[in-house]
Write a protein that binds this ligand. Structure first.
Ligand SMILES: [Zn+2]
Length: 670
């Protein structure tokens, strides 16, 4: 074979030979690799021998090597360095991949073999990890509907395809409403707005073809407007349009879509034998039951509401001081909160930036991993997909651990946000393979490149995910690294952010780009203090959304989701000047697809754990306590998904997490 994607990779650490791969190689390699995987799966399903763990479950694990190689390279460049050719390839590959996985999950012969092995699991001499892989494989097929037949099977397929249509419609309606509305501003209306917001509004005006600046419903435009504009009348108009997205009547209204979606989800869960969609959805999560989710959210709700109400009194007084009488409204909160922030925690971003050099922050993230886990980093000279990418070999006591790649700078062709992925996951079966892990960010280039504090936190966050991949020490790739429950996967990343906040780390690595001096103490305190600001508001708007999401899916689907939403908020005593972070007609997390349906709580679930886990270090003597770091690696970072998440956490902490550390961290503790 001459296709460099399919050849044996003889590069250092078998990193993909990026300098020899061209875009023309992708399509032929993809077709061959896909056909090879199909043939492998068919051979496993049609094997005349009786099913065994080895000839079925392990055989599935070992299959698809070529496809993994091709896709790991393709998705890396398609996400981080795209072009029109790669976009066209992605449009071609995506439906083929979806059809391929649907074909596997509905392969009855294959499912029969897995079900037979599952039925005799107690007689098989399997390791704990093998039992886990068998359970996950079997459960994945069952949850996909492989055990259904006849009318139930047909109905399941109908429901799935209808839900896919509804999800797409929901997203497109929301986008249409966001695109259509804008509010022209005169030069006078710009008074009080900071330069970055004015720039954004002028750019938005040009994009809309208006002859001046406009406010749009994009979060990056409307939120600064609500924060900074002293014009209460304009804030009210803009807020009303923002709140009405997806609920304007007519073709783009999402309310009927929400109702139909919830009804179909309930039906789907019942076809599979679950009491409710929440029971179905939470089965694979650490939380497991709707009761556990509700208990966590309610433990946070009351203190958050109390804080928000106290803050509301302060903000109302500020408004009255401006000569405006009456109640504080939702279009007032951000404006007065911003005024208060400026008075109490003014942090000059421009003065802060020179202290946060990208190079030094990378060093800081590595240095913490050296102190905690004994890892060392040596830069490698290997060809990668873009000149901005850098690679390091990660070792411990001289032994190879992983390859870490950093692709830090924003550029056209890179999607927004930041992420971590494994170009190759850790595994020992069918042979030992070391992980190749990449962090992709969107930082502004500069000489030297400087970060905002949020950027620095993102760097640590993604590096926490990278550690989860790099320190993985399991047998099967399907349970390695970050292959864990959704409400557990953010624990290592959010936990790692805490080391950026360790004063000695900032003192050592946050040095001025020109003078080399350490960050002054008062600036350091302001940076750390700003994190807690207005957390009553942020927690209330988030928890209210999470509780409505749960109420939608736990029990019978509501015929009128808007009435259900109103009922939940009334029972909670939602403060009048705060609205849900995502009201139902705009709740894309829940209705654009299945990802976060009955799962919006998981952000806070992870935060509860990361706060509690970091406290384990503090209780044991400090952020670099060796025994706690060892326990974190043994029970969480190296274990991947080999054991249930709650059990992993208990092994690390000796108990399940409590909400106290989170409340303290958000400044909500009594
Ligand atoms: Zn993350």
């Amino acid at each position: 074979m001459t296709n460099p994607l399919l050849n044996d990779w003889t590069t250092p650490f078998k990193i993909a030979p990026f300098d020899r791969i061209s875009d023309a190689d992708f399509a032929p390699a993809f077709e061959l690799a896909l056909a090879e995987h199909q043939a492998e799966v068919t051979a496993i399903a049609d094997n005349p021998e009786d099913p065994t763990f080895s000839n079925t479950v392990e055989a599935l694990e070992a299959a698809g090597v070529a496809l993994d190689k091709v896709l790991s390279v393709f998705f890396s460049v398609a996400g981080a360095d795209s072009n029109s050719e790669r976009e066209a390839l992605q449009r071609d590959f995506s439906p083929k991949l979806a059809a391929h996985s649907a074909e596997i999950s509905s392969n009855k012969a294959l499912f029969d073999r897995i079900a037979t092995i599952w039925g005799t699991r107690d007689e098989l001499d399997l390791t704990e990890e093998q039992q886990r892989v068998l359970m996950l494989t079997h459960r994945g097929f069952v949850r996909g509907g492989a055990a259904l037949d006849g009318a139930a099977d047909t109905r399941m397929k109908e429901i799935k395809s209808r839900l896919a249509v509804l999800g797409t419609d929901f997203t497109q309606n929301l986008l249409a409403d966001e695109r259509e509305w804008f509010m022209p501003l005169t030069e006078q209306d710009l008074e009080g707005l900071p330069d970055f917001a004015i720039d954004a509004m002028r750019a938005a005006g040009e994009e809309k073809g208006a002859d001046g600046p406009v406010v749009t419903l994009s979060r990056s435009v409307i939120v600064p407007f609500l924060q900074f504009s002293p014009r209460r009348d304009l804030r009210e108009t803009a807020f009303a349009a923002w709140a009405a997205r997806g609920a304007n009547g007519g073709k783009t209204d999402n309310r009927a879509i929400a109702a139909e979606t919830l009804a179909l989800r309930e039906e789907r869960a019942k076809l599979l034998g679950y009491d409710s969609f929440s029971d179905f959805k939470l089965e694979t999560e650490m939380a497991k039951t709707p009761e556990a989710v509700r208990a966590l959210l309610m433990a946070v709700w009351e203190p958050a509401k109390a804080r928000a109400e106290a803050d509301g009194v302060v903000l109302t007084d500020m408004m009255h001081g401006d000569g405006i009488n009456g109640d504080l409204e939702p279009w007032d909160w951000r404006y007065y909160a911003e005024k208060r922030r400026k008075a109490e925690h003014d942090l000059d971003e421009a003065a802060l930036k020179p202290y946060l050099q990208l190079e030094r922050m990378i060093e800081a993230s590595f240095a913490c991993a050296t102190r905690l886990f004994g890892l060392t980093f040596k830069e490698l000279d290997v060809p990668l997909y873009h000149a901005d990418c850098r690679a390091w070999e990660v070792t411990r006591d001289g032994a190879h651990v992983a390859v870490f790649i950093g692709d830090y700078f924003a550029r056209g062709g890179k999607r927004s946000g930041a992420w971590c992925s494994a170009m190759r996951g850790q595994a020992k079966f069918p042979e030992v393979q070391g992980p190749v892990v990449i962090n992709v960010c969107n930082f502004a280039k500069g000489d030297p490149a400087l970060l905002s504090y949020d950027d620095a936190r993102t760097l640590f966050h993604e590096f926490g995910h990278a550690l989860h991949q790099m320190l993985s020490n399991v047998t099967y790739e399907s349970v390695s690294g970050t292959s864990v429950a959704r409400d557990f996967v953010e624990l290592p990343s959010q936990l790692y952010e805490h080391w950026l906040e360790v004063p000695e780390v900032l003192a050592e690595f946050a040095t001025h780009a020109e003078t080399g001096e350490a960050m002054p103490q008062d600036m350091l305190e302001k940076v750390l203090g700003a994190a807690n600001f207005d957390q009553g508001f942020a927690t209330v708007e988030y928890v209210a959304s999470a509780l409505v999401d749960l109420a939608f899916h736990d029990g019978a689907a509501p015929a009128d989701p808007m009435a259900k939403q109103a009922e939940v908020l009334a029972a909670l005593g939602m403060p009048r000047a705060i609205t849900m972070r995502h009201a139902t007609p705009q709740f894309a997390h829940v209705f654009a697809g299945d990802g976060y349906s009955s799962g919006y709580y998981s952000y806070m679930w992870s935060e509860v754990m990361d706060a509690d886990a970091f406290e384990a270090f503090e209780e044991a003597g400090g952020p670099f306590d060796g025994a706690t770091a060892k326990a974190l690696e043994t029970h969480i970072l190296s274990a991947g998904g080999t054991v249930e998440a709650d059990e992993l956490y208990k092994r690390f902490r000796g108990r399940l997490p409590g909400v106290e550390a989170l409340l303290k961290g958000r400044g909500l503790a009594a």
